[in-house]
Design a protein around this ligand. Sequence first.
Ligand code: GTP
Length: 409
Amino acid sequence: MFADIWLYLVLGVLVVVGAGLALVRGRHSRHERHGETDESVETGETPTTVGTSGDADPDTAAAPSEAGLEPGAEPEPGGTDSGGPATAAATTVDVERPESVAGRMVRLRARLARAGGLGSTLLSLLSRGDLDESDWEEIEETLLLADIGSGPTDELMTALRTRVKVLGTTDPEQVRALLREELLTLVDSGMDRRLAVSPVTGDDGEPHPATVLVVGVNGTGKTTTVGKLARVLVAEDKDVLLGAADTFRAAAADQLSTWGERVGVSVVRADREGADPASVAFDAVKAGRENGVDTVLVDTAGRLQNKAGLMDELGKIRRVISRHAPVSEVLLVLDATTGQNGMRQAQVFSEAVDVTGIVLTKLDGTAKGGIVVAVQRELGVPVKFVGLGEGPDDLAPFDAAGFVDALLD
Ligand SMILES: Nc1nc2c(ncn2[C@@H]2O[C@H](COP(=O)(O)OP(=O)(O)OP(=O)(O)O)[C@@H](O)[C@H]2O)c(=O)[nH]1
């Protein structure tokens, strides 16, 4: 009998102690998660709350989204069909200072050089001297294999044939200088590659954020590029806000939130998969304007079956954004490893929306650097940035001379 009572007493004490320990542990781990923030606030560092102002306006937050919007209709100012208000990520983390932008291309030159099978092969062929027809065929083949495209290949062949004959030398330095000059002409060092990311004054005389729409086929690296671009802009002391209008894939918004959190940039996103992308873009630019940010970067989905659908969707996003701020840039993200297939995709996108610049990703993973030339020629717009790896700061403003030099390394 006494033994039973003791047993119950001991068990009771164990349960109480166990529960107490669990409580203390739970509090401790919550404290650990928020501890960094408390510390950074106390030490007076930059506030790092990642959130959105999309919920700042009760009008925007009202109305379950799809209501009031017919298929294909556009969101009215103050209303959203994004599946509820674009939601705020309320986490707080330490912010990183991204690498400064100047000199990134130099740091990444070794990776770029891998795309330069083209340059080194041409150099060795041209330095042979007394080139016969089969040498020239080899040169032509090299250019075509590097995805330069047939038009630019013909131009370069003509220029090289003439100049090599006139030069009459096999001196590697002179051949290199000649080739550098011709490649620079092809890459077009005169193109304006600046990105319009500074606020603009609207027709109403008010300042509006620069808005950058990022488009392209899925898998080309759009979301990653938006994240990397945010870091580029933060490194340049710009106030940035991201819009996760790729609502097709929920993970894309999560991915973007992570990019934003790392550098203390807010992300406006829908609260469910499949919400109307135009509505998210609308909320993002609205929030950007209300918060006086410099630049709003809008990620989009690329999974549209046909050109008409693509035109509808991107056209709608563009129109609703323009209600708050003119679209400053439409960046087309292209995967450099996809060659001619990528070129066809590029054409479809450029017919659907006025592309103002190209971001060529995965240039680190290809020996077909000639795609820079082909895509600029085909679309008539400059390559403005190149992706050279999966690291967060592996995106560099494109610099024609740096690129050609890397090809010839
Ligand atoms: N090597 C290399 N990988 C890259 C580069 N840019 C992006 N990637 C990788 O490409 C993959 C696809 O990138 P995402 O940003 O998810 O592509 P997305 O176009 O947004 O895809 P969807 O959201 O499906 O439309 C990821 O694994 C990226 O890390 C680059 O410049 N170099």
